[in-house]
Design a protein around this ligand. Structure first.
Ligand code: P9H
Length: 223
């Protein structure tokens, strides 16, 4: 039996949070090694365990996986969260990739000079470009694809909850997405992940931003 899953990333959301969400919904236990110093990062580099000198890195089933989407795909496939056939899978991937684009915008906010301006752009994009797609996909459906929970539903919930932290009324014109959100937070695995003390990470703070910049020795700033 392969050892426990181990996540290598910062003690914050960033790109790893979607992986934490998917593992939590798949009810897969995982440990975390937090990157806090430049020395730690340099050791990972000298040990040759970061294929592109980047994190996230996830140890799973005897492998050291990198590239967030590849890791998410592996987990989704392994735990039957990636659709029942090719056509369902491509629909899931389209919805998933749209959400990844939106989450990348949200992830950059703590590193952005004018965070308020960026957040307003994100709110507009969410309400005008992304949420209408998911609202339509959920009309008459309990999940986005094939009537079955998939990794796209998980990421939509992750994204909605993050946006509601900034814009509590963001779902006011999207009753179908709100119904999905209200349903999914009742799922035992999701309810557990939303409990205080779970491995879900809080909103990024100054410590997180400072740590990322120090570890990579770069004054990372997003436009
Ligand atoms: N394709 C953290 C918060 C917000 C936005 C970005 C980064 C890309 C994947 C070192 N990893 C600052 O860059 C932190 C990737 C992975 C890959 C990294 C380097 C990033 C961040 C850390 N940067 O999807 O996994 O960009 O390791 O030399 O590139 S995450």
């Amino acid at each position: 039996m392969a050892g426990k899953v181990v996540l290598h990333y910062f003690n914050g959301r960033g790109r790893m949070e979607s992986i934490r969400w998917l593992l939590a919904v798949a009810e897969v236990e995982f440990d975390e090694v937090f990157l806090t110093t430049r020395q730690q990062y340099e050791k990972l580099l000298s040990d040759g365990v970061l294929m592109f000198q980047q994190v996230p890195m996830v140890e799973i089933d005897g492998m050291k996986l990198v590239q967030t989407k590849a890791i998410l795909n592996y987990i989704a496939e392994k735990y039957n969260l990636h659709g029942k056939d090719l056509k369902d899978r491509v629909m899931i991937n389209m919805y998933w990739d749209g959400l990844i684009d939106l989450i990348k915008m949200i992830m950059s906010v703590p590193f952005t000079i004018d965070a308020t301006k960026k957040l307003n752009i994100i709110q507009t994009k969410a309400k005008e470009r992304y949420f209408p797609v998911y609202e339509k996909a959920l009309s008459g459906q309990i999940y986005l694809v094939g009537g079955k929970l998939s990794c796209a539903d998980v990421m939509l919930l992750e994204c909605v909850l993050m946006l509601e932290e900034k814009f509590p009324e963001i779902l006011s014109e999207f009753p179908n997405i709100k119904a999905l959100r209200d349903r999914m937070i009742q799922l035992p695995a999701v309810a557990r992940f939303l409990q205080p003390g779970s491995k879900r990470k809080p909103q990024s703070d100054e410590v997180y931003v400072k740590t990322v910049r120090e570890v990579f020795n770069v004054n990372l700033v997003f436009p």
